[in-house]
Design a protein around this ligand. Structure first.
Ligand SMILES: [Mn+2]
Length: 490
């Protein structure tokens, strides 16, 4: 290798040799600076080192003192070598991507997977390229069993990949963020941009979204990140007209491939991961399917306890970890799931707590008679333990509907509200009469200033009210819209 216009930066002594092209830096110039480098002559394995010297992406360096901390280096412009490096990385990544679509054995799921496989492979390639260059990767997932299950499935698959291929290590610059709302707004986008600003890289940073954001409230966030990041958006919510995420290159939603919300985001993330890892994630998939009441769920089967645990952990980490830390990551989930004693303890606790809250709730319901169904309303505030957020109203409303229907008093719809949040659930056999997406749409239209956000599925939706003082107005409106739909007059 010939070094053109070589510059030498010297401040230290000589130990060994490190050479290659700088692909990425974190906190360059600061005390905790880290650099990532690929030596094209040594395959595509990334190397991490610290240095008080400042290196720019694409610089070709030959260091003579590689002892972890680089103090001396010959530096040349490696821009011309980047294309060759990129091609080599592409070839190596290609070997890790499975050509044939994964089959889990459920024909309806496998048919949708087959149609998505091309999109999965494209996105899988993109993810592995980011790993190869140690580019920053931000993974945001919805804070429920489905979203966190998806993140955990992806994590487990990435861990498997890293164990097999040294150059593709997710640990370098990956950030996991639990998203406490269903939209990807300007706030989320701005904080992701701030994270990415700590890095300088020859590759764009990557943003992965799991199980949220397919509504208009995400448009401002998408506008902010669409040029700054590559984005892989995995969701299964019905797509709202005017949603700008559809223009993203890697927007994958089963609704666009002949599937629907039953193909949950957790299942989607696990199956996407099958492009580069074939570890068994069926228990996590089932946890996600149970969490989102999918037709494909197998309650009682392996993963049932994981679903319950994920419900608990995403609502309240304090119970499991004894601290008030807010951000749940797959590392914490893994600590619980892989410890069988802890796993059983938490699943039992969650079940006990849920039964307790259910008993109180059943004694606190309001009832509204409508044609063909009864509408049940629950003020959830004060029913839960003040200290614990478990169960969250959205999750609880699904379980409440199940229980009420199980009591055999005929068709039912539930509306659970807590603070500024309203959660609604409709059973599948009323699906052709009631459409919650329309209910939410009408409420947004008639009370635009009162609604901060709203959306969801046909049979499961939520609304966030801007001012809690106006909640009764919104609740009255919801009940009258539901009655009208049930009567067939809306
Ligand atoms: Mn979901």
């Amino acid at each position: 290798m010939v070094i053109h216009d070589a510059v030498k930066r010297v401040i230290g002594c000589l130990v060994g040799i490190l050479k290659g092209i700088v692909t990425c830096s974190k906190n360059a110039g600061k005390e905790n600076a880290r650099y990532y480098l690929i030596d094209p002559d040594a395959g595509y394995s990334i190397m991490e080192f610290k240095s008080p010297l400042v290196f720019k992406p694409a610089e070709h360096i030959v260091s003579e003192d590689f002892g972890d901390i680089v103090h001396t280096a010959d530096i040349s412009d490696g821009t011309g070598e980047l294309d060759m490096l990129s091609a080599a990385v592409g070839r190596n990544i290609g070997k890790e991507i499975y050509g044939k679509a994964y089959k889990g054995g459920v024909p309806e799921i496998d048919a949708v997977t087959e149609r998505m496989w091309g999109a999965f492979r494209w996105s899988g390639n993109l993810l592995l390229r980011k790993l190869a260059y140690a580019a920053p990767i931000i993974i945001r997932f919805h804070n429920d069993a489905d979203g966190s299950g998806g993140a955990y499935g992806l994590y487990a698959s990435l861990r498997d990949l890293a164990g097999r291929v040294a150059g593709l290590n997710y640990r370098h610059n990956t950030t996991w963020i639990m998203n406490n709302s269903v939209s990807y707004g300007a706030y989320e986008a701005s904080s992701d941009i701030m994270i990415a600003n700590n890095y300088e890289c020859v590759e764009k940073p990557l943003l992965i979204i799991i199980d949220f954001g397919t509504s208009l409230e995400s448009n401002p966030g998408i506008e902010l990140v669409k040029d700054r990041f590559d984005v892989i958006w995995l969701d299964h919510h019905p797509i709202v007209e005017g949603f700008k995420g559809l223009d993203l290159e890697n927007y994958i939603n089963p609704w666009n491939f002949g599937g629907d919300s039953n193909y949950t985001a957790g299942l989607l993330a696990c199956t996407f991961s099958k492009t580069f890892s074939r570890i068994d994630t069926r228990d996590i998939e089932n946890a996600s399917l149970i969490g989102d009441y999918s037709n494909f769920s197998r309650p009682g089967d392996e993963g049932t306890d994981i679903s319950m645990i994920l419900d608990l952990l995403t609502s309240d980490m304090r119970i499991a970890f004894g601290s008030a830390t807010g951000n749940l990551t797959p590392y914490e989930i893994d600590k619980v799931i892989s410890d069988s004693a802890k796993r059983k303890e938490l699943a039992d606790f969650a079940k006990m707590r849920l039964d307790e809250v259910m008993d109180i709730a059943l004694g606190s319901l309001k009832k509204y008679n409508a044609e063909k169904a009864t509408i049940y309303m629950l003020d959830f505030e004060g029913i839960r333990d003040e200290q614990s957020k478990f169960p969250l109203p959205g999750r609880f409303s699904s379980k409440l509907l199940d229980r009420i229907i199980g009591m055999g008093n005929g068709p039912a719809i539930v509306v659970v509200h807590s603070g500024r949040y309203v959660s609604m659930r409709v059973p599948r056999d009323l699906e052709d009469k009631v459409d919650l997406i329309k209910v939410v749409g009408s409420v947004k239209e008639s009370h635009e200033e009162l609604i901060e956000a709203g959306g969801g599925h046909r049979t499961a939706s939520g609304i966030k009210i801007a001012d809690a003082a106006e909640k009764s107005k919104v609740l009255r409106e919801i009940v009258s819209l539901l009655k009208a739909q049930l009567a067939g007059s809306a």
